[in-house]
Design a protein around this ligand. Structure first.
Ligand code: PEP
Ligand code: MN
Length: 349
């Protein structure tokens, strides 16, 4: 996934996508959309087909909702995103002029479904596709789903971290921040948004989770907002009112994009230099260890001499503590360095 294009070329980061869990009625959709447009939101979300645990729950209004979403576009100019879970959803959404899709957690976890989605999307690579993480904390499954969409030719591709289904947690879906961080390490150009609503499962935790995500440099937020959450037909407890959403956005601290921070870049260059020096010193030390190995061999001495090792270890820890470096940390480093030196001495046997 090396040739990605901006997911929203005309919108500035961090991207804020907001809207109801489900589109329920024309009035509900328009009331929520106008309120969000008033808060400066540029991308509106609404689910038309809802994956529900039990049959008979509200499963979304389906294609009927497209005309409501079209009205949102005309009246507010906002762009509109819907969840797609089958090729038929993709075709219907494309016909309705929608070009931003998200793929839900339940679909991401199913490689057959993902391949069908990729095939359906391959006809229109200009669309934007956001892939939520699968329900279980499996980064490979998430990456596999993203790769299928990328292989279909979609270049406006992003990920949404919505937490992972897990027992014994207060969250509805526990965050496991290490997983999106690893995803970013592997694919630095892939934008990752955070969906704090499905993580929290309750509206009062949406703000702290949003702030945490922004602090970690996520590319944006994907938040559920409903004009009347108490009456919502799905996910009532986690949806914010537009007023709550506005207050939250005003309180959130949006950090400067890291790429534009020259001071940080300079400090990173200094760190690079330190690491280079560290490697040079280690190399010098290992060369000396190899020479010591040869000397011990020709004098028939054993490789490890416990008294010398203890002295080296204790002395280095003491030197480090005097420099304000943690003793435990130094002990761990010296043990690794010593182990490697022994290996080098033995390999010359
Ligand atoms: C949603 O965004 O409304 C949704 C169903 O999300 P998820 O796939 O994360 O459960
Ligand atoms: Mn929802």
């Amino acid at each position: 996934m090396t040739h990605l294009l901006p997911i929203f070329p005309d919108v500035e980061e961090p991207f804020i996508i907001a809207g109801p869990c489900s589109a329920e009625s024309r009035q509900q959709v328009l009331d929520t959309a106008h309120a969000l447009h008033g808060c400066g939101v540029q991308i509106f979300r609404a689910g038309l087909w809802k994956p529900r645990t039990h049959p008979g729950s509200f499963e979304g209004v389906g294609a009927e909702g497209f005309s409501w979403l079209k009205q949102v576009k005309w009246e507010t100019g906002m762009r509109v995103a819907v969840e797609v879970a089958t090729p038929a959803h993709v075709r219907a959404a494309l016909e309705a002029g929608i070009s931003i899709f998200w793929i839900g957690a339940r679909t991401t976890g199913n490689p057959f479904a993902m391949q069908e989605m990729a095939d359906a999307l391959s006809v229109l690579p200009e669309v934007t596709v956001l892939v939520k993480n699968p329900l279980n904390a499996d980064i490979e499954l998430w990456i596999g789903a993203l790769q299928r969409i990328y292989a279909a030719g979609v270049r406006r591709l992003g990920a949404i971290h919505r937490g992972f289904s897990q027992t014994n947690t207060l969250y509805r879906n526990a965050p496991h921040w290490d997983i999106p961080i690893e995803l970013r390490r592997r694919y630095p150009h892939l934008p990752i948004l955070c969906d704090p609503s499905h993580m929290a499962g309750r509206n009062d935790w949406v703000e702290p989770l949003s702030q945490q995500a922004l602090n970690m440099g996520f590319s944006g937020l994907f938040v559920e907002v409903h004009c009347n959450p108490d009456e919502a037909l799905s996910d009532a407890k986690q949806q914010l009112t537009p007023q709550q959403f506005k207050a939250m956005v005003n309180r959130l601290t949006f950090r400067q994009n890291q790429h534009e921070d020259e001071q940080l870049e300079q400090m990173r260059r200094l760190i690079d230099e330190c690491d280079q020096e560290l490697i040079d010193v280690l190399k010098r030390r290992l060369n000396i260890a190899a020479e010591i190995g040869r000397h011990k061999r020709s004098n028939k001495m054993p490789v490890v001499q416990a008294s010398r090792y203890n002295q080296v270890l204790n002395e280095r820890i003491e030197w480090a503590i005097r420099q304000g470096i943690d003793g435990q940390f130094m002990r761990a480093i010296m043990q690794l360095v010593h182990d490697e030196a022994v290996k080098v001495q033995l390999s010359n046997e």
